[in-house]
Design a protein around this ligand. Structure first.
Ligand SMILES: NC(=O)c1ccc[n+]([C@@H]2O[C@H](COP(=O)([O-])OP(=O)(O)OC[C@H]3O[C@@H](n4cnc5c(N)ncnc54)[C@H](O)[C@@H]3O)[C@@H](O)[C@H]2O)c1
Ligand SMILES: [Fe+2]
Length: 356
């Protein structure tokens, strides 16, 4: 679990105090800032980049998240920091889910040998990373609380799942997500909604996951269905929904939408939030109530969900997606039970992919 959590409007202003006890003499704090903020956005009065409490030899690095994080990028960032500083006091990720994952991964790679690709899996990481903090600027993925960091490597898209992966500190400041465009906010927000449905409808469900999942679901329903206009209260609630949704899947698992959307993203590079939405749109058979409600949310928020993305693919490409998706065994087992392979056949999965 994350050791320290600060929540509240304006809490970003406490960052200097929060970091002070974690600074080591001569070793800088690295701020990994989402490249979205390089253009000077992120604050009505002062751009976010100018609010970062730099001291000594601290450094800001803009994270390129045009593509979701790759193991090669993680390795390059860690190597750059080792070459320039030897050691660092810590790394602070400020951005969407992609930057959360990059910061976690780079922190681990400062203290573990080899390539991050060698740690994609469960409990392969040997040593704790350097101090790491996460400050989300989009809400929904739950990456701020999870024990993984999803990376695309040479052979697979899989996280470094380990007890060393969670952040030491997170700062949840709803002011930071206020500027997100409605489409992006919706896609990332739906990641949270889908986490709730997959967790609450799954066979791995237990009281821990249920307690958090129900709360996150209620918050998502409030902001995406009951409210008629987006305001500060919505940002406050969506940020807590992401946290609770992440806590829910931490003790259960995701399901059909994620298993299938991983196939899309591996082959086509489809981003996580939008990929989940493309898939969820066609999952009536598995989550009838959740999908009906999802469609009401899409309509109410006037969002476009892309269609026709698989129409020009060949057999080999379908096979690749099916292989990646079928490989997500725990997700299928959570969704469909121990006999999932009898229910979700390759033919059935192919016809599902054809619908996208
Ligand atoms: N570790 C986990 O548990 C976990 C769980 C789910 C998803 N993920 C990962 O999270 C990533 C998806 O995260 P995401 O949906 O937050 O999107 P993202 O981080 O990929 O960012 C999407 C886009 O929004 C921009 N952006 C960031 N903050 C913004 C703001 N305030 N206003 C406007 N634009 C902003 C980014 O620059 C980027 O262009 C994927 O890489 C996925 O694999 C991780
Ligand atoms: Fe997700």
């Amino acid at each position: 679990m994350v050791s320290y959590v600060v929540y509240g409007r304006g809490s970003f202003n406490q960052l200097d105090e929060i970091l002070a006890p974690n600074r080591k003499a001569g070793a800088p704090v690295i701020f990994l800032l989402d490249h979205f903020f390089s253009a000077g956005s992120g604050g009505e009065n002062k751009p976010l980049v100018n609010r970062i409490p730099l001291r000594g030899n601290d450094k800001i690095i803009f994270a390129d998240v045009t593509c979701e994080p790759k193991t090669t990028y993680v390795d390059a960032l860690a190597q750059q920091l080792k070459d320039e500083f030897g050691t660092i006091s810590g790394i602070i990720g400020i951005g969407g889910g992609s930057v959360m994952d990059l910061a976690k991964a780079v922190s681990l790679m400062m203290n573990n040998p080899g390539s991050s690709a060698g740690y994609q899996g469960w409990d392969l990481v040997k040593n704790p990373g350097v101090y790491k903090a996460g400050i989300p600027t989009l809400s929904g993925t739950g990456a701020e609380v999870s024990r993984t960091c999803v990376l695309t490597g040479p052979t697979k898209k899989l996280g470094m799942n380990s007890d060393f992966t969670p952040f030491d500190q997170i700062v949840l400041d709803p002011e930071l997500i206020a500027g997100a465009p409605a489409n992006q906010r919706f896609y990332t927000g739906m990641d949270c909604y889908i986490h709730c449905i997959e967790s609450l409808e799954g066979t791995y469900l237990n009281e821990f996951s249920k307690s958090y999942g129900e709360k996150a679901l209620e918050l998502c329903q409030h902001v995406f269905l009951e409210k008629n206009e987006w305001n500060e209260e919505c940002d406050d609630k969506l940020m807590m929904a992401s946290y609770a949704g992440g806590m829910s899947i931490a003790y259960s698992q995701v399901g059909v939408a994620h298993a299938v959307s991983y196939g899309l993203s591996y082959l086509l590079g489809t981003k996580h939030g939008i990929g989940n939405c493309i898939v969820m749109n066609h999952l009536e058979e598995y989550y009838p109530e959740g999908v009906a409600e999802f469609k009401r949310m899409v309509e109410k928020n006037k969002i476009d969900i892309p269609t026709g993305i698989c129409k020009n693919l060949n057999d080999e490409q379908f096979e690749t997606m099916i292989n990646v998706s079928m490989g997500m065994k725990p997700l299928w087992e959570n969704a469909l039970g121990k006999d999932w392979e009898k229910i979700m056949t390759r033919e059935k999965l192919r016809s599902l992919f054809e619908k996208f």
